[in-house]
Write a protein that binds this ligand. Structure first.
Ligand code: S3P
Length: 174
């Protein structure tokens, strides 16, 4: 794929591989990669847990949407890969921003795999989870609440071991 110039937004639950796959995709297409959470941390000069703790979720969602809009408006003349946060599609018309300015892809990973992956990470850095007690219930609840918004993405890739090739195929078809 030469001179790739589209914006790709990866959406999905925490642990669905948005950042890892996004980075690999950007490298392979020779375009810039942005992780929305990292952008928020850079702009706010605070970690995500600190933002939640100091200002609350409502403030976080506002900053999240502002930064998403900034990246959506960013005109580099080149492609851009953006990994969003797990909750991004569910607030402030963010799905519309993504679908209108680029290609939104939902990484639809099974609850079983999400649970396994999240159990292996430091949950204290994820304000929506806290600790591993009741993680499965919380994940299940979050998943069923969020699925209608994730399904607004123009594309979905279902599976627990999505490869770079799978992603590239979808993008080429867009
Ligand atoms: C959140 C997911 C996080 C981060 C914030 C809120 C959520 O991103 O944006 O902690 O509401 O699911 P990841 O999906 O990268 O963990």
């Amino acid at each position: 794929m030469h001179s790739f110039n589209k914006k790709v937004f990866l959406v999905g639950m925490p642990g669905s591989g948005k950042s890892t796959l996004g980075q690999e995709l950007a490298e392979s297409l020779h375009v810039e990669f942005f992780d929305l959470d990292h952008e928020i941390e850079r702009v706010e000069q605070k970690s995500i847990p600190e933002i939640f703790e100091l200002h609350g979720e409502e403030y976080f969602r506002k900053v999240e949407s502002d930064n998403l809009q900034r990246l959506a408006d960013f005109k580099s003349g080149r492609g851009l890969i953006i990994a969003t946060g797990g909750g991004t599609p569910c607030f402030m018309g963010n799905m519309k921003i993504m679908n209108q300015t680029g290609i939104a892809i939902f990484l639809d990973v099974s609850l079983h795999t999400l649970t396994e992956r999240l159990m292996a990470t430091d949950l204290s850095s994820r304000p929506k989870f806290g600790d591993d007690k009741g993680l499965i219930d919380r994940l299940q609840h979050m998943h069923s609440e969020r699925i209608p918004d994730y399904n607004k993405a123009t594309f979905t890739i279902k599976g627990d071991d999505t490869s770079l090739d799978d992603l590239i195929k979808v993008i080429e078809s867009a």
